[in-house]
Design a protein around this ligand. Structure first.
Ligand code: CP
Ligand code: NVA
Length: 300
């Protein structure tokens, strides 16, 4: 049973196959007549819309389910929910607060589980990100991607995807917001060793991609004041981008202008955030089509 909880659930060949499937000129209707459960415990603009439209593109029917409605571990257990949804759906996609919920759903092994963002990982974003880098720069291999800010779910999945495709990943975070040991070990096991550079100017020097994300992720709202103060000096602004004049700027969005990124950068000529947002749908198509290939293999 294939699951996509983070990029390290995929081999390099799997990832490349997903990129090919997602960027194909035409799609087989591999989900024709089939359902895909789309659970959202947190809000979403890009992920919900790109996933639902990807399911439609493959001929399937997405069912949007809110966290409140389904009550994971409140109304019933994650595994009872997975077993129930598997009666009607081919795939369970879920955006959750706690990554372990996805692990417990996947452990039921009834249908593939896809992470639509958890506290630990955001694999569909990372797949869209490497699609964007390939489209804009020709390849990920031998490119340097500098992530500035909070080493969060987006940063870790990005590191896996860039590393898997032979790129260099640099992480520039203030003290206390750097790569946690568990993620460092998982990355190392996948053969990815990010360069941790606390000096943000040094980290950006010569980069091909400069990437940032919010300093306050969903679920961290209570820490907002402290985080805004701790991240002082880590805004991606024109002075920082001037250190990598050929680089493209990326952001998973939603963005907070003049917090993690200057408005002049995200709305400026180096920014590729709309190309990136568009690739979210290709990424979802790629993953869903790849899961269907796995299901076809399983039924042979
Ligand atoms: N980048 C991203 O996942 O956006 P949403 O939270 O709007 O889905
Ligand atoms: N790190 C952010 C990403 C949002 C797409 C969050 O988890 O809220």
């Amino acid at each position: 049973m294939r699951h996509v909880l983070d990029i390290d659930d995929l081999t390099k060949q799997d990832l490349e196959r997903i990129l090919d499937l997602g960027l194909a000129a035409s799609y087989n209707k591999t989900l024709a007549g089939k359902g895909v459960a789309c659970i959202f415990e947190k809000p979403s603009t890009r992920t919900r819309n790109s996933t639902e439209m990807a399911v439609k593109q493959l001929g399937g029917h997405p069912v949007y389910i809110t966290g409140v409605e389904i009550g994971i571990d409140v109304r019933e257990s994650a595994s009872d929910i997975a077993n129930t949804l598997a009666c009607y759906h081919e795939v369970i996609c879920a955006r959750v607060y706690d990554h372990q919920v996805l692990e417990r759903m996947a452990k039921s092994n009834v249908v593939p589980v896809v992470n639509l963002l958890s506290d630990r990982a955001h694999p569909l974003q990372a797949i869209a990100d490497v699609m964007t880098i390939k489209a804009e720069l020709g390849s990920v291999a031998n490119k340097t991607v500098t992530y500035v800010g909070d080493t969060n779910n987006v940063a870790v999945s990005l590191a896996f995807a860039v590393g898997a495709l032979g790129g260099e990943i640099r992480l520039a975070s203030p003290s206390g917001y750097s790569l946690v040991e568990d993620d460092r070990q998982r990355l190392e096991a996948a053969g990815v060793v990010p360069k941790i550079v606390e000096d943000v100017s040094e980290a950006v020097e010569g980069a091909d991609v400069v990437y940032t994300d919010t300093w306050v992720s969903m679920g961290q709202e209570d820490e907002k004041e402290k985080r805004l103060s701790d991240f002082d000096g880590y805004m991606v602004d024109d002075d920082l981008m001037a250190r990598a004049p050929e680089a493209i700027f990326m952001h998973c969005l939603p963005a907070h202008r003049n917090e993690e990124v200057a408005a002049s950068v995200i709305d400026g000529p180096q920014s590729r955030v709309w190309v990136q947002a568009k690739h979210r749908q290709n990424a979802a198509v790629g993953v869903l089509a790849w899961l269907q290939e796995g299901a076809d293999l399983g039924s042979e």
